[in-house]
Design a protein around this ligand. Structure first.
Ligand SMILES: [Zn+2]
Length: 172
């Protein structure tokens, strides 16, 4: 999301009402063997930590605490380059997609040199992702969210988010 906050600080968040994981078709299949589940979770943990580290290299502060906006799972404050990740996402098992979503906004901040601008991705959003950004009437905001939801719902979302961050924030 994108809204005015305090001194007109710009915020972007992944809203509770926009939770992708409530749609059964978007939930990765994690079933059957306990060992498999643990393996998948530890892979996700590793990816979460790796993306967090890259964000920090790019000058963003990742804060695992309640965001200053009620109902948000994740939030990026453009002016301070702070990213909040609501601890509840770990219980809901959506920590990685939440961080991926916010990392796309971080790439947009890098691309805009402190402002926020669209990356101009040519990727098409998955149909399931459309309802999450189509409600925005502000076209700039809708375009920003479209990119974040599009990346978040790709099968290779982690790799894609990481490479967008490295490219736009000039990390190597
Ligand atoms: Zn967003």
């Amino acid at each position: 999301m994108f809204q005015l906050f305090l001194n007109s600080l710009v915020l972007l968040s992944l809203n509770v009402n926009h939770q992708l994981s409530t749609n059964p078709s978007t939930i990765p299949v994690e079933v059957i063997k306990k060992g498999q589940i643990i393996a998948q979770n530890s892979e996700k943990d590793e990816q979460f930590n790796q993306l967090k580290q890259e964000l920090e290299k790019a000058g963003f502060e990742v804060i695992l605490a309640l965001p200053p906006k009620r109902g948000a799972y994740g939030l990026l404050q453009v002016s301070t380059k702070k990213i909040w990740i609501n601890p509840v996402v770990f219980e809901l098992n959506i920590a990685l997609p939440t961080l991926i979503h916010e990392s796309v906004h971080a790439s947009q901040v890098c691309a805009g040199n402190g402002e926020i601008q669209v990356l101009g991705l040519t990727l098409k959003p998955m149909n399931q992702a459309r309802p999450f950004f189509q409600g925005y009437t502000d076209t700039h905001r809708r375009d920003l969210e479209r990119e974040a939801y599009t990346v978040q719902t790709q099968p290779n979302s982690f790799e894609l988010a990481l490479s967008l961050l490295r490219e736009n924030c000039k990390l190597n």
